[in-house]
Design a protein around this ligand. Structure first.
Ligand code: HGY
Ligand code: MN
Ligand code: MN
Length: 409
């Protein structure tokens, strides 16, 4: 069954317009005006494809095609629709569009599945507004309780529930899903790396996903006048932070086996050119395919940070996110490979260095994740791009797999 490339292109182009930084990539923060535009578009398309639409207590969007067996668990297909700042048009939306196109193909072919099909568009996978990340899927799995969600605030101290209410979402609705209501979760995502393009392979069947954590580090010192404070009387928070940050790459290199550390966010306070900084807040993203490396690096980073404490330099470290490395379901991987073979679509098996909602949902259901090629391996930047025919290949593999998983076994 061929996917409709015009529909796929229409969705990608439509969603790419919902950005706060037109001409400078996709910036779509959760519960922002751009989120609302994208949300309305996605819900409209879900209704067009005959799905029953609902939003949960975090604003995750679900579109359901009932199955012959009403109470049967659903096969869910989708991804996230938020973005990093100045990101690309495909990270997340490729998977949401894949879900929409699978639903359109079910409708076009009048498929009446035994098990229900659900299309999902999840919020705050990137963590760009509220930190941490994987928020929509962590809510569904039950890793984020209502009380905890109510405490999560953005940098302007706006809480998740308040931000939701600003776009008429209802934070009182349930988020946690009973695992018995889900038969499987399938996600298509851009590879965000160079392998598929270099190997000229159409689809990556993901076998494992990297373990990752995010640390939020705060260094506090003493503000002072840049001109009148002698060098030996300073407690400069930024100098301490810079010394710490400069040592992080070597910690990852020494840990080895592909371990990586990244400082992506960094804020200086009060941020005046002639003021000695009294506070610095920065993020440390740590990843490895082996959990022991992640744990080792967390300890080394925390020890390094504490080693810079003095009477006037204090540090705190918070850990808003920790995910163990994940091995994805063998049986679904086999079905995905068989779908590729049946469709004569080339594939290879891969490890994912990026985190995905699939890694969270794999804790409560069987999960399959496929990649499609990224031009020049680029992602999390405006240059991110994937050819429509490449997206269509992935959709066709998901459609075949969803057909098999939703039929009477
Ligand atoms: O950071 C990641 O790996 C994903 O893009 N959220
Ligand atoms: Mn991303
Ligand atoms: Mn993503």
């Amino acid at each position: 069954m061929k996917a409709n490339q015009e529909r796929i292109e229409k969705h990608i182009k439509a969603l790419s317009k919902f950005t706060a930084t037109p001409g400078q990539g996709t910036t779509r923060m959760t519960y922002s005006a751009q989120d609302l535009q994208a949300r309305n578009y996605i819900k409209e398309q879900m209704k067009e494809y005959g799905l029953q639409v609902r939003e949960d207590g975090l604003g995750n969007i679900f579109g359901k095609l009932e199955g012959e067996n009403k109470d049967a668990p659903s096969v869910i297909v989708g991804s996230h629709f938020d973005s990093v700042p100045n990101g690309g048009d495909y990270d997340g939306p490729a998977g949401v569009v894949a879900g929409l196109e699978v639903a359109a193909l079910f409708q076009e072919n009048q498929i009446k599945p035994t098990y229900p099909l659900e299309v999902i568009a999840m919020i705050e996978e990137e963590g760009s507004r509220f930190g941490g990340g994987l928020m929509g899927s962590r809510g569904i799995v039950g890793y984020l309780q209502k009380e905890e969600i109510a405490q999560i605030k953005d940098k302007n101290e706006v809480s998740v529930p308040d931000a939701m209410r600003m776009i008429d979402l209802d934070p009182s609705l349930e988020v946690k899903r009973d695992p018995e209501t889900i038969k499987a979760f399938l996600e298509m995502h851009i590879e965000q790396g160079p392998i598929l393009e270099e190997e000229q392979i159409s689809v990556g069947v993901v076998e494992s996903i990297v373990g990752l954590t995010q640390l939020d580090v705060t260094i506090t010192g003493k503000a002072g006048h840049a001109g009148t404070t002698p060098m030996n009387r300073r407690s400069d928070a930024l100098v301490a932070a810079a010394n710490i940050i400069s040592k992080l790459p070597q910690i990852a290199i020494e840990e080895g086996e592909g371990t990586v550390t990244t400082v992506g966010k960094h804020e200086v306070f009060p941020n005046g050119a002639n003021v000695i900084p009294d506070k610095v807040v920065f993020s440390v993203d740590i990843r490895s395919s082996k959990e022991m490396h992640v744990k080792n690096v967390i300890k080394k980073v925390k020890d390094l940070i504490v080693s810079y404490e003095t009477d006037d330099i204090q540090t705190t470290v918070e850990q808003p996110l920790y995910m163990q490395p994940k091995e994805l379901n063998q049986e679904i991987r086999s079905i995905l490979k068989a779908s590729c073979e049946r469709l004569d679509i080339s594939f290879l098996t891969m490890h994912s260095g990026a985190g995905h909602d699939a890694m969270v949902l794999s804790d409560i259901t069987d999960v399959g994740l496929i990649f499609v090629p990224s031009k020049d391996g680029l992602s999390h930047c405006p240059e991110e791009w994937t050819a429509i025919p490449d997206l269509a290949n992935g959709v066709e593999v998901l459609y075949e797999t969803a057909l098999k998983l939703t039929e009477e076994s």
